[in-house]
Design a protein around this ligand. Structure first.
Ligand SMILES: *Cc1c(COP(=O)(O)O)cnc(C)c1O
Length: 395
């Protein structure tokens, strides 16, 4: 069965819901036992009931989890109240005091902060490695390395890590592996097929797709999902049924939305590459991207988020450029129907050392290409870049 068909049909049983093809939203924190014997069999672990209390599971949420597990070929999936809840779920399920984590240095900012503050406080140390080192991480391994955390492509500089190489090394050494797979979505990259243990998503982005909810997802192998499931009910960061309903609604159109994001973003990235005000475009789907071949060998398509660097023309020109855009909203998120732009350096303002290491300047912008007509988006960028050129200092 093709994926769009699976999304439309699998794990939904309309005849169990009076024929309703759109599954009802179960606003239910509690699912009662029919009698003493059923309760006893459940408690004794002889015949466990699928729904007991929403913190563990809810029928509306479960449909979403089963669809994502199917799409990424995982043994199980859990949905959480946000992407960060999903990431913290993975970290707190797998790590303990004295452990060491290897994490890619271009990882999503709050993931980096969580490792550096929260997990360090509990006695977990992290080494951040450059994406180029992913082909051979042996020099970074310690005896207590417990987890390798990837984000490929990373969501600011679009650096690629070699998923097969990391998985092979980690398997050999008995180290867990997890990846933030948000950029590629469950449709375009299947990390479990390449040997990784866990894949994490901020479903807030493309899966929800309409900038109207927060959602996190963890999908993984049977072995890795066992500790994740156990900690899931302890953390209490379950997804609300209304948000599961909206996420299912978003998921149904993900295959067609993603194709549009992909073609529009590539068209705009190619156009920017030719523009005289643009120094560099970072999009892993472009042949000019330094890791394009590796990316193509492990990721089947491209989403609509990329970044570019303008010729430096000073602060006044930067303000004029951003303020003259009419269709691109100024904001941090991505993956929705609307196009967004964010000055990339903002994300790293508090960390000058990291900015320097990553080569980030104030002229670096990230764009999320939405579902508007790409010709309108190009025109908007063209007029804003013309204002940029005219209002700036000569480079
Ligand atoms: C947004 C984002 C997250 C966090 O997701 P939330 O739903 O906002 O908590 C994690 N990883 C990446 C790459 C993101 O862009």
């Amino acid at each position: 069965m093709h994926e769009s068909t699976a999304i439309a049909h699998l794990f939904e049983e309309p005849q169990e819901q009076h024929g309703a093809v759109n599954p009802p939203v179960y606003h239910a924190s509690l699912f009662a036992f029919p009698d003493y014997e059923t309760w006893k069999a459940h408690v004794a672990g002889q015949q466990s009931r699928p729904y007991v209390y929403h913190r563990g599971s809810n029928p509306t949420v479960r449909i979403l989890e089963e669809k994502i597990a199917h799409l990424e070929h995982g043994a199980d999936c859990v949905a959480t109240a946000s992407g960060m809840a999903a990431i913290n779920l993975v970290l707190s399920a797998l790590l303990q005091t004295g452990d060491h984590v290897l994490c890619v240095d271009t990882v999503y900012g709050p993931t980096r902060s969580a490792l550096q503050s929260l997990y360090r406080r509990f006695g977990v140390e992290t080494t951040f490695f450059p994406a180029e080192a992913s082909q051979d991480l042996r020099p970074y391994l310690q005896d207590n390395t417990r987890l390798i955390f990837l984000e490929s492509p990373s969501s600011g500089l679009f650096q690629i890590q070699d998923l097969r190489a990391v998985a092979a090394l980690a398997r050999e050494r008995g180290i867990w592996t997890a990846i933030d797979n948000t950029w590629a979505t469950p449709l375009y990259q299947k990390p479990l097929n390449l040997g990784l243990d866990l894949s994490v998503h901020s479903g807030t982005k493309y899966i929800a797709g309409h900038s109207d909810l927060l959602l996190g997802l963890v999908v993984g192998t049977q072995e890795a999902m066992r500790p994740v499931r156990r900690v899931y009910t302890l953390l209490g960061a379950s997804l609300a049924p209304d948000d599961a309903y909206l996420a299912l609604r978003g998921l149904r159109s993900l295959p067609i939305r993603l194709r549009q994001h992909e073609t529009s973003a590539l068209r705009i990235a190619r156009w920017l590459q030719e523009h005289p005000e643009v120094v560099e475009v970072l999009h892993p789907g472009l042949e000019s991207h330094p890791h394009h071949a590796l990316h193509r060998s492990q990721c089947m398509g491209d989403s609509g988020l990329f970044s570019f660097r303008l010729r430096p023309r000073g602060e006044a020109a930067r303000a004029a450029f951003v303020n003259s855009l009419r269709l691109f909203h100024l904001g941090y998120s991505w993956g929705g129907f609307e196009s967004l732009l964010s000055p990339l350096a903002f994300s790293y303002y508090g960390n000058h050392e990291l900015r320097r290491q990553l080569g980030l300047t104030d002229d670096h912008y990230r764009v999320s290409i939405g579902l508007e007509d790409p010709e309108d988006l190009l025109q908007d960028l063209a007029q804003a870049l013309e204002i940029y050129r005219r209002s700036g200092e000569a480079p």
